[in-house]
Write a protein that binds this ligand. Structure first.
Ligand SMILES: Nc1ncnc2c1ncn2[C@@H]1O[C@H](COP(=O)(O)OP(=O)(O)OP(=O)(O)O)[C@@H](O)[C@H]1O
Ligand SMILES: [Mg+2]
Length: 452
């Protein structure tokens, strides 16, 4: 507590100076009263000083807050004259609070149009607040800076309207942040589009590679047969020329043997048959692609699984190493309903995978067996390769999963096959056989089974 600086008046001196005619008792009463009043005064002074210190402290606090606010702040009276501003407005306008005090708020605006809008909007005597009103204020460098303004009425402690408080934030900053955000968003969208495009291109590339892989077998088969037919044609031509020239029978017979005409004649049928088959397969693949692109449904008909397996094995073995031995043990009749082309694609992929897996074995073998279990046709493909690694087993039906070198496998074979078998109401399972090697089991509803 602050000590009273003024000394107390000396009461004995006052007593000595008592005017004549005044009783000493009365005089002592007066002096005592004066002492009391004086000490009360001193207490009031101390309390006042304390309150003053607190007031100064809270004023300093409010000032520091107002100075730290980055938004501009203007306090106006009821006639729109400025009572006070914060540091941000001083910096914004380049003018001191003293020079602004008493001037009109509208003088801060950059042009008469803004003044008109502001007068209409703020209607300084009205009680309604104004939010986010964008107006141009004159900045310190003389430029017009758009500011987003909020205006709220100000009241005295007894509820009397005192004017308004205007706060604002230059929208340049907001705009910059917004346009940066927009730019980032646009960039993100563009990158996403590019990613999508490259993903599409990659998928297309893989699909093309898969189609090329599927077409490769029948086309090379047709090509090989056609070359053989051309060689045969020239030998037949030579032979027929000699026959028509009317040579002696012994010479013609010798020529027939030299040109191996009888072997040629025996080969012609299988060669032509194989060529037709290859061409049909090519046509089927193209048809399948057309159907795929047109999203048509596969044509459904009844067909024999045995015939499909036979054809698939023939085609794959043409391209596979000679020592790839395939044994087929399927009942004569194993009819199913569906699209034989896609089913052939499934079987060909299983045979091709077995050929690839057994390529490192001294004797590469695949055993295909068929049987009927209830009203389901079952085909088992058991090879003597290394089997499927346990780590790979959960992924082998995933699209693009392959362990083959680039250019050898697309990883689409099993995933496409899975879809085809599923569409036929069947199941395709993969696993390892207890005797070693991989075993794939294909189950399809027999023709006549309601599931078919
Ligand atoms: N008989 C098998 N033995 C061992 N692993 C196999 C066998 N069949 C398939 N796999 C494994 O499954 C993977 C996927 O086979 P899938 O047929 O889907 O693709 P791919 O043969 O690699 O390529 P694509 O068939 O498209 O040319 C193969 O890369 C291989 O790792
Ligand atoms: Mg494959």
């Amino acid at each position: 507590m602050a000590k009273p600086e003024r000394p107390l008046p000396d009461s004995s001196a006052l007593l000595a100076a008592a005017p004549e005619g005044v009783g000493e008792g009365a005089w002592i009463d007066v002096i005592q009263k004066m002492d009391e009043v004086y000490s009360d005064l001193l207490q009031y002074e101390v309390a006042l000083e304390e309150k003053n210190a607190k007031l100064e402290e809270s004023q300093g606090f409010i000032l520091s807050v107002l100075t730290s606010i980055s938004d501009i702040l203007v306090v106006c009276d009821r006639s729109g004259r400025i009572d006070d501003v914060n540091r941000s407005l001083e910096v914004f306008t380049g003018r001191s609070v003293e020079s602004l005090r008493g001037t009109l708020f509208f003088d801060l605006l950059a042009d008469p149009a803004a003044v008109d809008v502001a007068k209409g909007l703020f209607a300084l005597r009205s009680d309604a607040p104004v939010h986010d009103c964008e107006l141009a204020l004159r900045a310190a460098d003389g430029s017009a800076v758009p500011v987003s303004l909020n205006c709220t009425p100000r009241y005295s402690s007894v509820g009397k309207s005192l004017g308004v408080v205007v706060t604002g934030r230059p929208v340049g900053e907001l705009r910059k942040a917004y346009s940066a955000l927009r730019q980032a968003h646009d960039d993100l969208k563009r990158t996403q589009q590019q990613l999508l495009h490259s993903e599409k291109m990659a998928s297309l590339g893989r699909l093309v590679a898969g189609v090329a892989h599927e077409l490769n077998n029948p086309i090379s088969f047709i090509l090989g047969n056609t070359h053989a037919l051309r060689r045969y044609a020239s030998r037949l031509g030579e032979y027929l020329g000699a026959v028509h020239a009317g040579g002696v029978p012994e010479d013609i017979q010798a020529l027939r043997e030299r040109l191996r005409i009888d072997r040629i004649l025996g080969d012609l049928d299988p060669l032509i048959e194989g060529t037709i088959e290859g061409a049909e397969r090519t046509r089927d693949i193209v048809d399948g692609l057309k159907r795929f692109s047109a999203l048509d449904r596969d044509e459904s008909s009844r067909f024999e699984l045995g015939a499909v397996v036979e054809r698939s094995v023939t085609w794959v073995c043409k391209a596979a190493p000679e020592r790839f031995e395939v044994t087929v043990d399927i009942p004569d009749s194993l009819p199913v309903v569906g699209a034989s082309g896609p089913m052939q694609q499934v079987v060909m992929n299983l045979v091709q995978n077995a050929a690839d897996a057994t390529a490192g074995q001294p004797t590469a073998r695949l055993r295909i067996t068929g049987c009927v279990e209830g009203d389901v046709a079952v085909l088992r493909f058991h090879d003597n390769g290394p089997g499927i690694d346990a780590r790979h087993l959960p992924h082998i039906f995933d699209p693009f999963f392959t362990t083959k070198p680039v250019g050898r496998g697309t990883g689409l074979g099993l995933s496409i096959s899975y879809g085809i078998v599923e569409r036929h109401g069947g199941v395709l399972q993969a696993g390892n056989h207890p005797d070693g090697g991989a075993e794939f089991v294909l189950r399809l509803p027999l023709a006549g089974n309601p599931a078919a």
